[in-house]
Design a protein. Structure first.
Length: 134
């Protein structure tokens, strides 16, 4: 259950390109659980993003901001699944993030606000649903 979150399962490498870097990752619960990864890029002409080895789309958060967003749709029972996000310049991955819904829950577990409580309950529900599937 939720109390079992004693270790963060996310991992982010250092960027090897000063012009591109992952700035934040979190989970958005609009219609479904989506992992949101934000990254900064001075020039995106040669930038691609891969999620689990498959090229993924990204959008600029606000025109001219240089901050881009990748949204990864997840399923209720996949809270423990870690997704690998690679930010690439040309053919080279310059930064990698491994992240899951569980990673985000670990980050906010000390919060006592309504959203944190809702996410904790959603985590417990998803673990129960996964057990029911088996």
């Amino acid at each position: 259950n939720y109390e079992d979150l004693t270790k963060d399962n996310s991992k982010k490498t250092q960027s090897t390109n000063a012009n591109v870097s992952i700035t934040r990752a979190y989970v958005s619960y609009e219609n479904s659980a989506n992992i949101i990864v934000l990254f900064r890029a001075d020039d995106i002409s040669n930038v691609t993003v891969k999620v689990n080895g498959v090229e993924a789309g990204f959008v600029e958060v606000e025109e001219g901001s240089g901050i881009y967003m990748v949204s990864i749709s997840t399923y209720c029972t996949n809270v423990n699944v870690r997704y690998t996000v690679e930010i690439c310049v040309g053919d080279n991955a310059v930064q990698t993030l491994k992240y899951s819904v569980k990673s985000y829950l670990y980050e906010i577990q000390g919060n006592e606000d309504t959203l944190a409580e809702l996410l904790k309950a959603a985590y417990n529900l998803s673990i129960s649903a996964k057990a029911y599937e088996a």
